[in-house]
Design a protein around this ligand. Structure first.
Ligand SMILES: [Zn+2]
Length: 283
């Protein structure tokens, strides 16, 4: 069942399952702590979900992030353990009663390839094209600039072919910091994971949903110390996470988790050391 938030209907849109190194994902937290909830394989990889969020207001169909996309080589897909046997973005859009052509807006939290890879797709002639032909794409200007000039530390997270078509399309809206993107949808900006990652607060009629991108990729990251080893500014990210989690607990906000395999979203409850997943919200 989709989730009603004021005038919006929300659907989880699953792109694929994939795997990544557990140590990279949980940073300073030792494997003995995360390994029970996220059992690693013999190469220390854990299974993750690539999940986008569809926010449907009737007149607008807004997709938050675009998943890994179809441009990886077979070798890369094997290495990432990409699996679309059970679901993929197209089938999920149909399940939600829509299609790529009907998407009016794509909001990209950031341009790491697990979040923006599906922004473009492969054409039969080998080139690429925008994968949502009628959408306007919304992204923070500072993230767009950063993605073109990353450091050695994060260069492998960005693939130019995922976003190079955006600028020339005339359909790229570069946001400048915090803003109300649409009535009932506000974006705010965080810096810890990458420069200018934008988060969405979706609200209405007493229900609030937070889509925090890779600041909160899984329920395991509700633990404060759990931060990706690839985060650019971990202490900044820690402060951002503390503030967002405190707000979310106080307001009963539903937190959307783009890479959690077990469920799409949850409310939070406090425990001795911080917060953890409380009521599970499936949609
Ligand atoms: Zn990321």
């Amino acid at each position: 069942m989709p989730l009603r938030v004021g005038r919006f209907t929300l659907h989880e849109i699953r792109d694929c399952s994939f795997a990544t190194d557990g140590g990279t994902l949980f940073g300073p937290v030792p494997r003995r702590e995360w390994g029970k909830a996220y059992p690693p394989d013999e190469e220390n990889r854990i299974a993750l979900m690539s999940r986008c969020l569809l926010v449907d207001s009737g007149e607008r169909k807004i997709l938050v992030d675009t998943g890994l996309g179809d441009k990886m080589s077979l070798e890369e897909q094997r290495s990432w353990q990409v699996d679309r046997s059970q679901f993929d973005l197209d089938r999920e859009l149909v399940r939600a009663g829509t299609s790529r052509e009907a998407i009016t807006d794509v909001v990209l939290t950031h341009l790491h390839c697990e979040h923006s890879g599906g922004t473009t797709r492969r054409r039969p002639d080998g080139g690429t094209e925008l994968a949502f032909p009628n959408a306007t794409f919304h992204l923070q200007r500072r993230q767009f600039r950063w993605a073109h000039h990353p450091t050695e530390r994060d260069a492998s997270s960005f693939r130019l072919e995922d976003f190079a078509k955006l600028e020339q399309s005339g359909r790229l809206h570069l946001c400048e910091g915090e803003t109300e993107l649409f009535e009932g949808i506000e974006v705010c900006v965080t810096e810890g994971h990458t420069v200018g990652q934008q988060l969405l607060h979706i609200g209405g009629e007493g229900v609030e949903v937070l889509c925090a991108g890779d600041l909160l990729p899984t329920a395991g990251h509700l633990k404060l110390a759990a931060q990706m080893a690839s985060d650019l500014y971990p202490l900044t990210g820690l402060e951002e996470k503390k503030m967002l989690l405190a707000e979310a607990v106080e307001t009963g906000t539903i937190v959307f988790l783009p890479h959690e395999t077990r469920f799409a979203a949850c409310r939070l409850r406090e425990n001795e050391g911080g917060v953890e997943a409380g009521e599970i919200v499936s949609f």
